[in-house]
Design a protein around this ligand. Structure first.
Ligand code: PMP
Length: 355
């Protein structure tokens, strides 16, 4: 008699799902790959997505947090009982706070005051010391990333070796972790039958890491960037110049500069995606397929549809669903705010929140 009954083929990934995780860190990653049925039938392609919202802290940034932290521990940059300091749009902070707590660290998070209430609350519940900073351009010394770096410096001056600045934007341990985990997972889960990968970029760690992992296994896999309006990255890829137009309701993605993590991303194609295209796709996904995902996932699905159309029917395209829509309920599912931004509101949502 077999000791366990499993439906379908058992890959190394399936086997890991069968094992007991004895701490939070070992529960990060190995997420399911989902078929997006509407996007697939629309394009005649297999459109698949990594369900990163199923990570313990609720986003793909748990992977980044774990990768950065393990690298720092290995290099002796953080000591037991030490303090993690980071500048983040929220999700990396949630990952750092939860994983940090489980490994015996305190966490101080600096974040722009434009981010969703739900993420700020999640950070506080996770035990982070949250400092909200007015949103200013990166060139301003008061930008949240510079303030976080300076704070870590002050803590280390007062008590040498007491703090570690995670530096997710320019610490390439971020990209390397995706190259060594998320990318190979996608390759294994598709059995190497993948023609294109697309996602948006904040730090660029996800896109660069997965892109490099897939290109190393098959240089013909097309890697694409789906960039929200208001970000300068798509224009940089297509025209070689950082230029941004418009804005976006999405959070955690887009950039006005080329980070160390983004720098070596092997990108073949790039598009600037307006909210009017991306938000209806995440409303559709929730209503028809039951997956409740955030704004960056909408941008990623829009990118996946564009990439699938570019490649033509019969191809397989993969993207990521970075976090859950519950993290942005007051924005993405708020008819009044959507009307204000000229984003289409489906009837069911209008009826759910009349007036
Ligand atoms: N989606 C969401 C919701 C995020 O929080 C982030 C990271 N800020 C990203 C996508 C982008 O990931 P990366 O930083 O790896 O480019």
């Amino acid at each position: 008699m077999p000791t366990r009954a499993v439906a379908g083929p058992v890959s190394s990934t399936d086997f890991r799902i069968m094992t007991i995780r004895s701490n939070l860190s070992s529960a990060v990653g190995n997420t399911p790959l989902l078929r997006l049925n509407h996007a697939s039938s629309l394009t005649g392609c297999e459109v698949l997505a990594k369900a990163e919202f199923l990570n313990p802290g609720g986003s793909i940034k748990d992977r980044t947090a774990l990768g950065l932290l393990l690298d720092a521990e290995q290099r002796g940059l953080i000591r037991p009982g030490g303090t993690i300091v980071e500048g983040t749009a929220g999700n990396t902070g949630i990952g750092l706070a939860l994983i940090g707590a489980s490994r015996g660290y305190r966490t101080v998070i600096f974040m722009p005051d434009t981010q969703s209430r739900e993420k700020i609350d999640a950070l506080r519940i996770a035990g982070a010391d949250v400092r909200l900073i007015p949103a200013v351009p990166f060139s301003n010394p008061q930008h949240y990333v510079h303030v976080a770096r300076a704070h870590a410096g002050q803590l280390n001056e007062a008590k040498p070796g007491s703090a570690w600045f995670a530096n997710q934007f320019d610490n390439t341990a971020n990209r390397d972790w995706h190259e060594n985990t998320t990318g190979p997972e996608i390759w294994d889960q598709t059995h190497g039958k993948i023609d294109g990968f697309v996602c948006s970029a904040g730090t660029g760690g996800t896109l660069a890491g997965i892109g490099r992992a897939l290109k190393a296994r098959n240089p013909h896999v097309k890697i694409a960037l789906s960039d929200p309006t208001g970000s300068a990255l798509a224009h940089f890829i297509t025209h070689g110049e950082l230029l941004a137009e418009g804005n976006s309701i999405s959070e955690g993605i887009g950039s006005s500069r080329i980070t160390e993590n983004f720098k070596d991303a092997p990108i073949d194609l790039a598009w600037s995606i307006p909210d009017q295209e991306s938000v209806p796709l995440l409303h559709q996904l929730l209503r028809d397929e039951g997956w409740c995902v955030g704004g960056s996932s909408g941008v990623n699905i829009a990118g996946a549809i564009r990439l699938a159309r570019e490649l033509g029917p019969g191809h397989t395209v993969v993207t990521v669903l970075a976090d859950a829509g519950t993290r942005y309920q007051a924005k993405l599912f708020n008819p009044a705010l959507l009307h204000e931004k000229a984003i289409p509101v489906p009837d069911w949502l209008e009826h759910a929140f009349p007036g």
